[in-house]
Design a binder for this molecule. Structure first.
Ligand SMILES: NC(=O)c1ccc[n+]([C@@H]2O[C@H](COP(=O)([O-])OP(=O)(O)OC[C@H]3O[C@@H](n4cnc5c(N)ncnc54)[C@H](OP(=O)(O)O)[C@@H]3O)[C@@H](O)[C@H]2O)c1
Length: 322
């Protein structure tokens, strides 16, 4: 993405986290605090007490409110964002307009217009962006994707795949049980980005979608891909206890293959994402997982939502007689 401005290229070292929830503290802040080459300035949150409590865990600074955000953005070179995605999209535009690089979480937004505004802001300000998609920062997964690409090059493109991603928000002790955006938007928007992060590199861009609902927030999606492959996603956040988890299988002339498990921690993956953001900022070369990649996933998820709202979205089957 050519930038409209060309800020002096420099590797960012001073970072803050926008957000104070479980993920913000245990993954973003932990990875920043443990990173040998960055300085973790502290947290921004909308609630001063909760932000101070998060900051105290790390002996870091705390900023809250609108003025606090403006002050923080003057003090840091980059922010990582662990907020509900609709909040993230607007605050990331603010960070970009302040010339601050952004490490985004998935999904980058929950509507296409907001994602497009963010793409514009990143381009306009010439800042770096990376979307943290956990699986794509794990060597077992990226090695497997490379092997799959080599097999497809040798034998022919993948023809299909099934991608199941299920969370168990209602299981005892789930740290995201009270996450409002998850309850409102469901697995489509929370686990959908993970499923697409594997499906898209395997079988290419999505050109059309159809979808139907299952229990609670469950959504089953049929995807048509640019080069003719067809895949299926099964997404939910409220799978019964003991039935959560993810798996993916792809098939074609190169055989049938299962996505492997990864063994690294989220913090290790996030540290890699930090390094990628720093490299993109230093070189001015956009990362392959920059905001545009995130925007394209939002386009698919938004199309699914549109399909689900169509009154003729599904074709009824004649009533069973048996
Ligand atoms: N890659 C992964 O596997 C993974 C795992 C977990 C999370 N994530 C991502 O991390 C991001 C955050 O997820 P989360 O689980 O932390 O979300 P969350 O629990 O729903 O919300 C995080 C925090 O955002 C704050 N917040 C809510 N509404 C706000 C608003 N209007 N303005 C400012 N702050 C607001 C709340 O803090 P206060 O109430 O204290 O203000 C809340 O604790 C999401 O993008 C999610 O997809 C990714």
């Amino acid at each position: 993405m050519p930038s409209d401005q060309s800020p002096a290229r420099k590797t960012p070292t001073r970072f803050a986290v926008l957000g104070t929830g479980h993920w913000a503290r245990t993954t973003h802040a932990r990875a920043l605090a443990d990173h040998p080459d960055v300085e973790f300035a502290g947290f921004w949150g909308r609630d001063a007490d909760r932000t101070a409590a998060a900051a105290a865990e790390f002996g870091a600074g705390s900023w809250s409110g609108d003025e606090g955000l403006a002050d923080l953005l003057r003090r840091v070179e980059a922010v990582t964002i662990a907020l509900p995605p609709d909040v993230q999209a607007d605050l990331a535009v603010r960070a970009a307009d302040a010339g601050v690089h952004v490490l985004l979480d998935k999904p980058v937004a929950t509507d296409l217009a907001a994602a497009d505004r963010l793409v514009d802001a990143v381009r306009r300000n010439g800042i770096a962006s990376v979307e943290f998609l956990t699986y794509l920062f794990m060597p077992e997964i990226t090695d497997w994707l490379e092997r799959m690409a080599a097999l497809a090059a040798e034998h022919g493109p993948w023809e299909g795949g099934v991608f199941r991603w299920a969370g168990t928000l209602d299981a005892p002790g789930n740290p995201y049980a009270h996450s409002r955006w998850r309850r409102e938007r469901g697995g489509l928007w929370d686990t959908g980005p993970h499923a697409l992060s594997i499906a898209r590199p395997l079988v290419g861009d999505v050109v059309a979608v159809a979808a139907g609902r299952g229990p609670r927030d469950a959504v089953n999606v049929a995807l048509e891909h640019r080069d003719g492959a067809g895949t299926a996603l099964s997404l939910t956040l409220t799978a019964p206890e003991g039935t959560g988890g993810s798996f993916a299988t792809v098939w074609g002339p190169g055989g049938r293959h299962d996505l492997p498990r990864f063994t690294g921690t989220a913090q290790e993956g996030f540290a890699r994402a930090l390094d990628r953001l720093r490299a993109a900022a230093a070189t001015g070369v956009p990362d392959a997982l920059d905001v545009r990649h995130g925007r394209d996933a939002v386009a698919v998820l938004a199309a699914v939502e549109t399909h689900l709202r169509r009154p003729d979205g599904t074709t009824p089957v004649a009533p069973a007689q048996s």
